[in-house]
Design a binder for this molecule. Structure first.
Ligand code: COA
Length: 382
């Protein structure tokens, strides 16, 4: 995982909009969130998380054959965030694309990769959830700006002969609720100078109907986890942990009530990061592993929900290879060398393209000059 260093507390927020630490904590459970610096982007945060994931999995970028970035805050429509990261990593044998399913995106992306591995198409896939929500928030809207934060998390999935991994997944969408939570972009109008659409929504800024989203989220978490458990042939009692999308503590409490389980079955870190959209589940997963809450052969569930509306649940049997220290050390050096090579490769390719352009621009001028000189010469002769 990778999160920006800058911490924004609820008190900091109360200097921007009319709110209080007390209100935010009681209604959401959030105490603080991380905010990207001017130099940080969705792709740079995603890259950091990706490099750490490759380190933990102890594999080289060249072994990857698929990179998926789940995000709602890419810098570009294209190139995708995944393509930027692919180039920076030097993962030259990987296909790369972004996946847009809002806060459910990470679970969707893991399922895409797991299916690709199961079919034999892919061997090693890198899945990243990365967001800079701070760039799409309307900082004058206290109903939304208090909820979100920036960050990234990543996992590596690899083919294995050991039974386990992704056992089941339930991916759902109900586009009739698309008006409840969204970020309209310039594709929604061809008049780039318009900042506010006829329905009052601002271009590039998030809008939300908090109450309706709250009800939707509280309902689908329990429903979809039960569906995923059914498919996996398991019951809620088999789960060692649920890693939910980190939106609101009250939503998680309502889901725990509907599933008739203790709230402690859910891993929660939204108090420190707020809602980081597609990044929230991988960030929570990393911290759950670090806290010793995920053990070999545990059954754990992921559940995401958000804009679309979309929602997704997944049951996983946890298993991770344990690379030995010597191979780790050697591969660490190789990875560093590959990252440096990738950096210079991209620079040199772009530089040589610019030089080419320059030469091509000068060449026709040289031809024109020669033609002019010939004309002058012939006219002088005449
Ligand atoms: N600070 C202080 N007061 C606030 C406030 C804020 N940041 N935001 C809203 N209020 C006020 C409202 O204006 C309202 O005042 P009123 O009673 O005088 O009209 C009051 O608090 C209650 O507002 P309401 O919107 O009913 O609060 P709520 O309990 O529903 O909480 C959310 C609002 C946004 C926290 C809650 O609806 C929520 O978390 N929804 C889900 C959002 C979500 O998770 N989205 C992402 C999904 S991926």
């Amino acid at each position: 995982m990778a999160v920006p260093e800058t911490v924004m507390t609820n008190d900091d927020l109360s200097a921007i909009v009319e709110t209080t630490d007390d209100w935010i904590r009681q209604r959401t459970g959030i105490r603080e969130r991380r905010i990207a610096s001017d130099k940080e982007t969705t792709a740079t945060l995603g890259l950091k998380a990706a490099q750490r994931a490759l380190e933990v999995a102890d594999i080289l970028p060249l072994e990857l054959d698929m990179i998926i970035v789940a995000t709602s805050t890419p810098e570009n429509v294209f190139p995708s965030t995944a393509s930027l990261i692919q180039s920076w990593l030097g993962a030259n044998k990987a296909g790369a694309f972004d996946l847009s399913a809002a806060c459910s995106g990470f679970v969707y992306a893991v399922d895409m990769a797991a299916q690709a591995i199961r079919s034999g198409r892919s061997q090693k896939a890198l899945i990243i959830g990365a967001e800079t929500m701070s760039r799409v928030l309307d900082w004058s809207d206290r109903g939304t700006c208090i909820l979100f934060g920036d960050g990234a998390g990543a996992v590596v999935l690899e083919a294995s002969s050991v039974e386990g991994g992704v056992l089941s997944a339930v991916l759902r969408s109900d586009g009739s609720g698309g008006d409840l939570l969204g970020i309209p972009t310039f594709g929604s109008t061809d008049m780039a100078e318009i900042e506010t659409l006829p329905n009052g929504h601002k271009l590039g800024k998030m809008h939300m109907n908090g109450g309706e989203v709250f009800k939707f989220a509280s309902r689908v978490i329990g429903e979809s986890i039960n569906q995923a458990l059914d498919i996996a042939g398991l019951t809620i009692k088999d789960l060692a942990l649920i890693v939910p999308h980190q939106a609101n503590l009250r939503i998680i409490a309502a889901a725990a009530r509907s599933l008739k389980v203790e709230e402690s079955l859910f891993y929660v870190n939204l108090d420190r990061y707020g809602n980081t959209s597609a990044a929230s589940i991988p960030i929570a997963l990393v911290e759950a592993i670090q806290a010793g809450r995920v053990k070999e052969n545990d059954h754990i569930a992921f559940v995401g929900f958000g804009g679309g509306l979309t929602w997704a649940s997944m049951v996983v049997k946890w298993g991770a290879p344990k690379p030995d220290d010597r191979s780790k050390m050697l591969n660490r050096q190789r990875r560093e060398a590959i990252y440096a090579f990738a950096f210079w490769r991209q620079r040199l390719i772009r530089l040589s393209r610019q030089l080419n352009d320059l030469v091509n621009r000068i060449r026709p001028n040289r031809g024109r000059l020669q033609r002019l000189r010939r004309r002058i010469d012939s006219e002088t002769l005449e």
